[in-house]
Write a protein that binds this ligand. Sequence first.
Ligand SMILES: [Cu+2]
Length: 164
Amino acid sequence: MTMKTTIADGPLKALMFAAALLAGAAVQAAELQVSEPWVALAPPGAHATAGFMELHNPGDEPVDLVAADADGFDAVELHRSVNENGMHRMIEQERITVPAGGSVRLAPGGYHVMLIGIQRELAEGENVTLELTLADGSRQTVDAPVTPRGQAMGSHDSGHGHEH
Ligand SMILES: [Cu+2]
């Protein structure tokens, strides 16, 4: 093996170097893989509803979801439902941490994107575009179809387990 560069492999090496740079850049920005997003169909006149999804972190560092936003609502917050002594309540979360190589499911009874102050009645099947903000400031959007509770994939109140 010599270090001599021929005319033929010069451009190829340059291309491979550029590809490596691109791959490196893609890995550096935190990103979550989102699957099974949905927004619960709210009864007419309801003040609030919630968005759910599964978040997977393919990276080797934990990734924090720190905010969510969506058009058509007065406020959007990250919440967690808890049951304390039989009392159901929701606690606002500053962040939802997705461990390196792991997943967190936002689902009824647990973490959710709280959609407060519904400005316009949402129809079944229509998409709500949720914008997720990660701790490094990067943002990604996900289209979540409005789905009746109990019919969504991964919904825990469907009566049928969808645990993987
Ligand atoms: Cu909530």
